[in-house]
Design a protein around this ligand. Sequence first.
Ligand code: ARG
Length: 576
Amino acid sequence: MTVPSLASSLSDSVTAAAARLGMADLAPQIRRSEHADFQADGLLAAARTLRRNPRQVAADVVAGLPDDGLLASAGVAGPGFVNIELTDRALLAQLASRLGDVRLGIGMPESGVTTVIDYSQPNIAKEMHVGHLRSTIIGDALVRILEHLGGTVVRRNHIGDWGTQFGMLIQYQVEHPDPPAPDDTGAMGRLATLYRRARGEFDTDSTFADRARRRVVALQAGDPSTVAAWRDIVAESTRYFTHVYDRLGVRLTDADTVGESAYNAALPEVADDLERRGVAVTSDGALCVFFDDLRGPDGEPTPLIVRKRDGGFGYAATDLAALRQRVVELHADRLLYVVDVRQALHFRMVFDTARRAGWLPSTVAAVHVAFGTVLGPDGRPFKTRAGDTVRLVDLLTEAVDRAREVVAAKNPGLTGSALDERAQQVGIGAVKYADLATNRTRDYVYDPQRMLALVGNTGVYLQYAHARVRSILAHADGADATVDVTAALEPAERALILDLDAFADTLAEVVAGHEPHRLCGYLYRLAQTFTAFYEHCPVLRATGPQRANRLALCHLTGDTLRTGLHLLGIPTPTHL
Ligand code: ARG
């Protein structure tokens, strides 16, 4: 069941009143306001277009608002805003409707829409780092939200499982049959060592480099033993990635992994098709796509290279093949790519090429969901002191260790596996929340201490807020929480109802801009509004309808916080 928000009902009323006054396309902005429950903006501009006095237009709209039991009062303010107060009864009825629906009245606005989302995308035989964390976490949140709204989501973990580096790795293994010992860090420790040694030999021994190049040719030609060695390396890495996803509580499985190599067979045809349609042309031996508005610093056009001079295909061709397959075979209505902002030009060129080739109809949206860089304490891209990339698994271990201290300090009685479990929930939640809470296009500083602060915009703060609501409800011991719409409301109760009512609209905004941070900001404000409510309005000590209504408010707050945090992939333990 969809419960329209009070803001959207008001928007409909204002739009209808304005239409009766001859303002047909008015899209009023209904905002929360300090001066009233809501303020309607947008009439000023409309009055200007009509060459009418804005205050008069606002007064006419007010006079035309329906008497539907929603409005307590409406009046003109300032140069032509409309201030609107709602009745207590309307607010309480809204609380009852949301509480009466298992899905909190959110509805299924995404039903019938298929989204193919490309995220995580680590590279075989290399460690996962903070960049992969961002893609994985943002992607996972978007998947959960789209699915919760009734959408069909196809996940694509576009792992880097193809390229010339495999020649080097396989050749090194063949020549050194004693594999490097796995270190205590698990499977990727072994492969990373192998990678480092192979690279060292490749760079210093030209005869090895030649043998490695021949090995690439053998791999591309499908030589059985070379292909088998490649498969083993991919499988070993994939097991490791799965282990990291499990730790993170991210819903990515082997079935979602369709790496770059999966598109190899389609590449020649992709190139031919682009050439036949005149989208790609041969330039200097390479098959290229040119763009009118893309030129390098030297003024020369910057092409997208589909096929290299040596006949090989690269990253761009693979993405074009993948895109075509996602539209044609997976019937995507929306394509999302959660990838570092530094690849913005690449995706612009890929999308533009696909549009020109007719593979991406105007009905299908293609979006590069770009994200910024994770910075170290020095404000520069996060690296170890030695200048190496920081391993994601080490960051997770550190966060969980710190979380264990925070949790233990609060709960001296908690020990053993119960403490471990709680530390895991709080530590991983903190890492995810810190990543999701910043506008994704911005860089942010990775600060394990700040992300575990008990106050402020952190995952732990919200987990505590949720646990506190649950504990209040536990003390009420199942007491009646049936909403009585005839009771009068305190200002703090009204504020809380209005915040709770904005949950579904917030999710719609998150989807519209692919911006999980809006959900974080919403939940943080909700937790603060709840705190103010709890300070001003005793719940357990109240009596009669007031007590029931306040318990209903606690219920809806708890459910909204829990649902919201789960949509961000953050666990909500009942006790903390
Ligand atoms: N594996 C690539 C990297 O680590 C990212 C792949 C992004 N996805 C894509 N479809 N190109 O940089």
